[in-house]
Each structure stands twice: as structure tokens, then as C-alpha cells.
Design a protein around this ligand. Structure first.
Ligand code: ADP
Ligand code: MG
Length: 278
């Protein structure tokens, strides 16, 4: 849902959860919003506005085009959507288990607010796989932090059970974002890096060899502005530190890799967090 807000061109995104997101997830953005007809269509499986022609399939610059998020989430929750695009009236939709049960015109500023309530209320077997509220809240928080690191140009707010946990300035400065997200200590332990090879560029921050971590939690990679997990990239970074840091210690990094969109396949993984490099 946060990726949808980013794709919609939002400059401010607020994420709020209650009880680890199990009772409520609220995402508010100031992006382009949807016309009423598009809002109704958006919940259908495979509905997407992000492909216009077949060439788009090979050159995806948005964060997704599977058209599955809204369909999948709405099938297992109760949703309230409030959205308004420029030039069209605002609309409010209520969905239960994927079906629109109420629709009304709504006055609201341009952008989208989506409320997801009672996740998995109609799929108790699936609900059993959820971890404690605390663990789920941490997972959501980490996801928001990674998006905030990937997008220093967007101001992110995260609230957990009514308490603000994160608020980034969105002024476009990656170092400021790292400071706001990871804290002063880590920023002071990091140095900027920058490199370019043919059409591939790498830039960001890495820890000094003297300031390592006990795990890989803060190895963040962004490929064309998308947060990804990559054992390949972790191994590459660690290789660069070989003989400089102790076994069992890991560098932290926030690295942005930009490459032609044709050189990377982002749709190999359902959550699109793993990619395949040409
Ligand atoms: P996808 O993002 O892969 O297209 P989704 O199911 O996530 O599929 O969303 C379906 C469509 O709904 C999107 O293509 C987009 O047009 C619209 N949409 C979803 N969220 C937003 C949002 N926050 N702002 C504007 N449009 C949105
Ligand atoms: Mg999406």
C-alpha cells in the first residue's frame, strides 16, 4: 500500500497501525488519487493503471504492476477507501471481503486514504500464522523505515497505537533520512561512497570497518528506488570488507544502485523484494 502511495507521486505518506496492524492499518497519501470509476475498478484482480502498452512490461519504473495488492488485501479484510483525483469528485467506498458494500461521494483533499480493518477476519486459518502484535508491528515498522530510506524525497510518518515512531523530513537528503531513521550513532559511523561503471551507478553510505554490526539488519539496498533483499549484494559488500572486519561482524550500508530498467527483473518475487539481475 505504501508502494501504491509512492507510485501515485505522494510527497507525504502517513502509516498508522493498531495492534500490529491486525485491527487497523491506515495509509494516507497526498498522491494523485483516483477517479470514482477507477477506485471501483482498482479492487479487481489484476487491475492496474501502470501498464499502457506491451513495452511497459520490460521497462517498469513504478513499484508494481501486478494489480494484486488491493484485490488480495480487500479479500481478507474490511476496507474504507477515500480518494480524490484532480478534476473529479471525491469518493468513499466500503468493502467487505472484497465486495463493495457502500459507496458515496466524499469531500476530501486530493490523495488517497485507505483503512484496512480486521485483517484475516474471514480466514481464521490464515490468522493463526500471525505472530504477536509486537512482532507484526516491528515488521511493519521495518518496512516503513526501508521505504523512508529509499525515498528521502518523501516525508514518512509512522504511528503505532497512536504514538509517533518516525517522521522524516522528506527534504531529499539521504544523509538526513539515515539520521532520522537509523540514528546519530550509525550516521557518524558511515562514510559516503560513489561509483559508476557503464550505465550502472552505486551511491550511498557504508560503515567504517571499525564500526560493524552483529547482523545484517541494516544492509539496505535500493535498485532504481526499490528496496530489495539480495544475498548477492550483501555478499559483494562483505567481500569488500574481507580481512578488515572480524568473522561474525557485518558492515551496515544504505546503497542505491541505479541501472537501466531492462537490466533488472523485479517481478520474480510476489512481494517484489527480490530481483534478478541480467
Ligand atoms: P498495482 O499497484 O500493481 O497496479 P494494486 O492492486 O496495488 O496494483 O493497485 C491497483 C491500482 O489502484 C493501481 O494501479 C492504481 O491505479 C490504483 N491505486 C492504488 N493505490 C493508490 C493510491 N494510493 N493512489 C492512487 N492510485 C492508487
Ligand atoms: Mg500496488
Amino acid at each position: 500500500l505504501v508502494e501504491n502511495a509512492i507510485d501515485a507521486g505522494a510527497t507525504r505518506v502517513t502509516v498508522e497501525i493498531q495492534n500490529g496492524g491486525m485491527t487497523l492499518i491506515r495509509i494516507l497519501d497526498n498522491g494523485c488519487g483516483m477517479a470514482p470509476e477507477d477506485a471501483r475498478t482498482a479492487f479487481l484482480r489484476h487491475a492496474t493503471s501502470k501498464i499502457r502498452n506491451k513495452d511497459d512490461l520490460a521497462a517498469i519504473s513504478t513499484l508494481g504492476f501486478r494489480g494484486e495488492a488491493l484485490a488480495a488485501i480487500s479479500a481478507v479484510s474490511r476496507i474504507d477507501l477515500l480518494t480524490k483525483a484532480a478534476d473529479t469528485p471525491g469518493v468513499s467506498l466500503h468493502l467487505e471481503a472484497g465486495q463493495i458494500t457502500q459507496e458515496s461521494p466524499a469531500g476530501c483533499p486530493e490523495g488517497t486514504t485507505i483503512l484496512v480493518r480486521d485483517l484475516f477476519y474471514n480466514t481464521p486459518a490464515r490468522m493463526k500464522f500471525m505472530k504477536s502484535d509486537q512482532a507484526e508491528a516491528s515488521a511493519v515498522f521495518l518496512a516503513v523505515q526501508q521505504q523512508a530510506l529509499a525515498h528521502p524525497e518523501i516525508s514518512f510518518r509512522f504511528l503505532k497505537d497512536g504514538v509517533e515512531q518516525l517522521h522524516t523530513s522528506g527534504d531529499g537528503d539521504r544523509r538526513a533520512a539515515i539520521y532520522q531513521i537509523l540514528g546519530r550513532q550509525l550516521v557518524n559511523d558511515m562514510v559516503p561512497v560513489e561509483s559508476r561503471w557503464e550505465k550502472i551507478s552505486v551511491s550511498g553510505f557504508v560503515t567504517k570497518p571499525t564500526a560493524t554490526r552483529g547482523n545484517r539488519a541494516w544492509q539496505s539496498f535500493f535498485v532504481n528506488n526499490r528496496y530489495i533483499k539480495s544475498r548477492l549484494l550483501s555478499a559483494a559488500v562483505e567481500e569488500a570488507y574481507r580481512n578488515q572486519i572480524m568473522v561474525g561482524r557485518f558492515p551496515a550500508c544504505v546503497l542505491e544502485i541505479d541501472m537501466p530498467v531492462q537490466a533488472v527483473d523485479v517481478n520474480v518475487h510476489p512481494a517484489k523484494t527480490e530481483v534478478k539481475f541480467l
